[in-house]
Design a protein around this ligand. Structure first.
Ligand SMILES: Nc1ncnc2c1ncn2[C@@H]1O[C@H](COP(=O)(O)OP(=O)(O)OP(=O)(O)O)[C@@H](O)[C@H]1O
Ligand SMILES: [Mg+2]
Length: 217
């Protein structure tokens, strides 16, 4: 059966379970609502957070929903969706996103990224929100690089909000002794769990409804 016939048969105006859902189309089950609230808190507090969950748990969707709720004129969001770019890629992404041209040598790229982050906050009055998705793939160098960036202040707060988003192995990885200094700075840890049976039924009905099918018995 072609997609078109499938759509016609069920009366779908769009395919259910699509990836391109607007924030208003999201289903607010418990773990989604909790994740959104906690990521929003993390952004507000300029804290370091770790959001984990199995593949497809709704982590990226929840982070996008939290970002949709912040004041865009007062925040600069830097989203890294694929961390396999090395520590240089991490720093370069930050510098470029803040309008700079990344320096070639790593030794000068680190202070450049730190300066760019500080300037964005103190001179432009915008809070930086760094989202590192698929963060279970971050290598040891990158985690250490992230710690260096969070170093410019003495308390538990990073000079920017940062949310590491990834599969459950991320949580264990950061707990390893080698990353103790970073682990200490984590102010929020939330793990998205699966849905309860009733939530699941409601979730499926919700997806069918936003796809245009409303006559579920
Ligand atoms: N709150 C929600 N309401 C409606 N649909 C949702 C919601 N959360 C997730 N989905 C659906 O589930 C799909 C997978 O969610 P998402 O991409 O956020 O998972 P993930 O946890 O980031 O997975 P991965 O580990 O593969 O990156 C989305 O494309 C969307 O269709
Ligand atoms: Mg994801």
């Amino acid at each position: 059966m072609t997609i078109d016939r499938l759509r016609a048969h069920w009366g779908f105006t769009r395919m259910p379970f699509a990836k391109d859902l607007a924030p208003s189309m999201l289903h607010s089950h418990r773990s989604h609502a909790e994740a959104v609230a906690r990521v929003a808190w993390c952004i507000d507090e300029q804290a370091l957070g770790v959001l984990t969950g199995e593949v497809g748990a709704g982590k990226t969707v929840a982070v996008r929903a939290a970002l949709a709720g912040i004041d865009a004129s007062r925040h600069t969001v830097i989203y890294l969706g694929n961390p396999s770019v090395g520590v240089r890629g991490l720093y370069s992404t930050i510098v470029s996103a803040l309008g700079g041209v990344p320096r070639f040598h790593r030794a000068s790229l680190i202070p450049q990224a730190q300066d760019a982050l500080a300037t964005e906050e103190h001179e432009r009055g915008r809070k930086v929100v760094l989202i590192l998705d698929e963060a279970h793939m971050l290598d040891a160098d990158q985690l250490e690089g992230l710690r260096l960036l969070t170093n410019s202040q003495m308390d538990n707060h990073a000079p920017f909000a940062c949310v590491l988003v990834g599969q459950p192995t991320l949580r264990r990885r950061i707990r390893l002794g080698a990353f103790a200094a970073l682990d200490q700075r984590v102010a929020l840890r939330y793990s998205m769990t699966g849905m309860e049976p009733a939530e699941t039924a409601d979730y499926v009905a919700h997806h069918l409804k936003i796809a245009g099918f409303s006559e579920l018995a």
